[in-house]
Write a protein that binds this ligand. Structure first.
Ligand SMILES: [Zn+2]
Length: 321
């Protein structure tokens, strides 16, 4: 069943409409009780990995609908105008939609839209907010959790079949994100990050669909098949090494995404095309796995080139020297 969450006229004459697909299964344990999971995506209009996750999850649930218990709500496009025009932000307002939550019923139009989304999500037992990096950097599958909600969210996060769980990633700490707002309101909300903006990696998407079904099975919402589930590395900021460009130019990596690298290994170069020169050679500061890799080749000083998950850095907070 397709439902309209909010419909709002915009000053430019366009109409912003957010819709969801509600899938109803059998009643869960307890009289009159229906467990509920919500999947949201498309807050950032240039992130499309969640489109495949929503499609494939619904497809698998429909294929074996007799195995479904409770309610699954799928919100594929929280920023539909951004998605239509490949805009990260909300096009007419040039505002990041993930900075206006929990919204305000009496505020400006986008604040009212945000408030409607939050009201609609309240009542979910778990919410998953699927992101896909941006157009510049490729990411492995990961859940990002703020330390504030670690106790509550970590058990759910471990079920989601990701490569890693990043505790306290700064992106998730911002107070006006959807995830932070929902967690403050008592709805456990997990941020999944993966892949690359403006692209779809179906392998990653399938892993996350398996993970969501695994979580649903634990919640008693799904009795059907679940694929092989991996154990994620749980890491703190201190186990992650950021590598930034020191020079501007064209970045030519010599390793691939998800590569295991050794300290001192050459990871890539930044070259000056006009002068045919190597401006910078990037070497690994430690052993580890390249979980973030720059895909957009133009770089400037300070641009993020890679993030390395340090070997044996998991939860120990070991520093990289
Ligand atoms: Zn995002």
């Amino acid at each position: 069943m397709i439902q309209t969450v909010v419909s709002a006229g915009l000053p430019v004459g366009e109409n912003l409409m957010i819709q969801k697909k509600r899938m109803m299964g059998k009643q869960t344990e307890g009289p009159g009780s229906f467990g509920r999971i919500s999947i949201v995506t498309g807050i950032h209009g240039d992130e499309l990995e969640g489109q495949y996750v929503c499609y494939e999850l619904a497809r698998r649930l429909e294929e074996a609908s007799e195995q479904l218990y409770g309610i699954v709500d799928i919100y594929p496009a929280l920023n539909p105008l951004g998605m239509d025009t490949r805009h990260r932000a909300i096009p007419q307002f040039e505002m990041d939609m993930n900075r206006i939550f929990p919204g305000n019923r009496d505020g400006a139009v986008m604040e009212r839209v945000a408030a409607s989304v939050v009201e609609d999500l309240i009542g979910s037992d778990v919410c998953i907010d699927v992101h896909s990096s941006n157009a510049f950097n490729r990411e492995v599958t990961q859940v990002r959790i703020s330390q504030d909600f670690k106790e509550r969210l970590l058990p759910f996060a471990k079920l989601l079949n990701t490569e890693m769980i990043w505790l306290n990633a700064t992106e998730t700490v911002h107070e006006s994100t959807l995830a932070h707002s929902m967690n403050m309101l008592g709805v456990p909300t997990l941020v999944v990050e993966m892949g690359l903006g403006a692209a779809i990696n179906m392998d990653y998407g399938n892993r996350i669909v398996d993970g969501i079904l695994n979580l649903m099975r634990e919640m008693g919402l799904w009795k059907g098949a679940v694929g092989q589930i991996r154990q994620p590395a749980v890491v703190l900021d201190s186990a992650i090494q950021f590598i930034r460009a020191q020079k501007e130019g064209i970045f030519l990596p010599s390793i691939s995404h998800e590569a295991r690298v050794e300290k001192g290994e050459v990871l890539g170069r930044i070259v000056d095309v006009l002068h045919t020169s190597v401006q910078e050679e990037i070497t690994a500061p430690c052993d580890g796995m390249v979980f973030t890799l720059r895909e957009y080749p133009m770089v400037y000083e300070g641009a993020l080139l890679m993030r390395i998950l340090m070997e044996q850095g998991e939860e120990s907070g070991q520093s990289c020297t």
